[in-house]
Design a protein around this ligand. Structure first.
Ligand code: URA
Length: 315
């Protein structure tokens, strides 16, 4: 009597290829330069993604399930700030920043972000040790910065940023508060404790992600940074992103979102979908300080993070 063959369930080839492409993208972003030996089809997909095999056939098209930048989510979140009437955009930074007075000593050519939405970051990604060296050198440049007369006189320490130098996610805040100014570390005060909880809710530790701010010096009395102060720091955060090139940037609050995306739209308009900064996906959500004052908004912030986690295949 013929025995029935057991069927072995496995992931379908399209899923495998999508996962291989995702892995390749991550490895490429963090500067890994090798190809694993896998089955021929997956290796071809990886090779194509790494641009090392010009002759290989492109991998089969895998449907992109990421939320489209153009299409808003089914239930658009309510606007929380005064709406500016223009339609929601997910477009490149538009206006060229005014050139800073003193050029920093970058070890690399800074890539302009004036027409950059969804273009890849320029050049090959650096390996982790090279990133750490560049960021450390760069933090020293920032520590000596005197572009903003007021901020450079008021600060105790500059707050450059910290964390994993090959992160999937960068959390991008506004600027240092009192505790950060004293310690030189981002998000260590009350808002920082909430941010740490948000990171942990995503099943990450602080050390797994990178945390940085739009401006690197504390504005006096925790006022919002002035537009000129943001422009003075633009070159610094741009260079950090160029080195880190994360898959996701989470803008915490209005200041960082408007600075990065060069928009005047409110957080309410910007949240709930992905925007682009080069080929990083940008998510906008509420600042932890806002959430401390308005706990009811925590639900919406968690929905924002879940959008990213689903897109990243993490839930
Ligand atoms: N708020 C921020 O935006 N950044 C910090 O580092 C701390 C508080």
């Amino acid at each position: 009597m013929e025995q029935e063959k057991p069927t072995i369930e496995g992931p379908d080839p399209a899923t495998t290829l999508a996962q291989a492409a995702g892995l390749a993208e991550h490895l490429q972003r963090i500067g890994v330069q090798w190809l694993p030996t896998a089955d021929a089809q997956s290796a071809q997909a990886l090779a194509t993604q790494f641009h090392v095999a010009d002759e290989v056939a492109p991998p089969p098209q895998v449907e992109n399930t990421a939320p489209s930048q153009a299409s808003p989510p089914a239930s658009a979140p309510a606007d929380v700030a005064s709406p500016t009437a223009t339609p929601a955009i997910a477009t490149p930074p538009a206006a060229a920043p005014s050139p800073p007075t003193a050029a920093p000593a970058f070890a690399f050519a800074l890539q302009s972000d004036t027409a950059a939405a969804s273009e890849p970051y320029a050049g090959p990604p650096l390996a982790a040790d090279a990133r750490a060296v560049q960021l450390a050198a760069f933090a020293e440049t920032v520590a000596a910065c005197t572009r903003c007369e007021i901020l450079s006189k008021c600060r105790t320490k500059t707050v450059f940023g910290e964390g994993n130098v090959t992160p999937r996610i960068v959390f991008f805040g506004e600027g240092p508060g009192r505790e950060e100014d004293l310690s030189g570390r981002p998000f260590v005060g009350k808002a920082g404790q909430l941010l740490t909880k948000m990171i942990q809710a995503c099943k990450f530790a602080r050390e797994d992600v990178y945390i940085m701010n739009t401006v690197k010096c504390r504005p006096p009395n925790n006022r919002n940074p002035e537009p000129t102060e943001i422009e003075n720091c633009r070159e610094y955060f741009q260079a950090q992103f160029q080195i880190l090139r994360p898959e996701y940037i989470v803008c915490l609050g209005l200041v960082s979102a408007q600075a990065l995306l060069q928009t005047k739209l409110s957080v309410g308009r910007l949240r709930g979908k992905f925007h682009s900064y080069f080929d990083s996906k940008v998510l906008v959500t509420y600042h932890p300080s806002y959430l401390l004052r308005n706990p009811a908004a925590k639900k919406a912030a968690w929905e924002d993070l879940q959008l990213m986690l689903r897109d990243a295949g993490l839930m």
